[in-house]
Design a binder for this molecule. Structure first.
Ligand code: PNS
Length: 171
């Protein structure tokens, strides 16, 4: 009997960008099920709460075909523990540039040390998203710049409202 191949794509997703969506689409080609795992790290300051980030990811993936194969979940604690609990066979990370490499390599090796069977697969985003990060998007949005072509529609609207009114808009 064939068992589902489950991949896990962890991150802070504060907020999800088109670059993340691109990696999700690519990862879906490799796995039967992809868990987008949003990290709740009380020591990392985020613009959006864990619930808000989850909501935005759930809305954003609606534009992806076969999104029934994507599960959006939150986790705290060690990623390897969460991955094990979910029976994931690999971690997915996007790698944009050499500047990402050192941090990513350290994390991948440490995760493999913590859990011997868990390898990390790095996926390269399409060239047009190579410069994109959640931090850059927040910076542009904060100063009223154009972000519509960098993030899903729901994220652009939400960021705009967040910075204009200081609130998460109720949907
Ligand atoms: O989007 P980010 O901020 O680059 O994601 C980083 C994340 C959430 C993947 C990483 O910080 C993580 O896995 N945190 C969970 C705690 C953990 O397992 N730390 C050990 C990693 S070596």
């Amino acid at each position: 009997m064939k068992t589902d191949k489950i991949g896990i794509y962890p991150g802070t997703f504060d907020p999800i960008t088109n670059g993340h969506l691109d990696i999700i689409r690519k990862a879906l080609k490799l796995f039967d099920i992809l868990i987008v795992a949003i990290c709740e790290n009380p020591h990392k300051e985020t613009l959006f709460s864990i619930k808000e980030r989850q909501f935005l990811v759930e809305e954003a993936i609606k534009e992806i075909e076969e999104n029934w194969r994507i599960k959006v979940e939150t986790f705290s604690g060690l990623l390897v523990d969460f991955a094990k609990k979910k029976s994931a066979c690999a971690i997915i990370r996007g790698l944009r540039a050499v500047s990402d490499f050192e941090y990513e390599m350290q994390m991948a090796l440490m995760n493999r040390k913590l859990s011997n069977n868990l390898d990390t697969i790095f996926l390269l985003p399409s060239l047009k998203w190579i410069f994109l990060s959640s931090s850059v998007v927040k910076e542009i949005a904060k100063f009223g710049g154009k972000i519509e072509d960098l993030v899903p529609k729901i994220v652009a609207e939400t960021l705009k409202k967040k910075f204009e009114k200081g609130e998460f808009p109720p949907y």
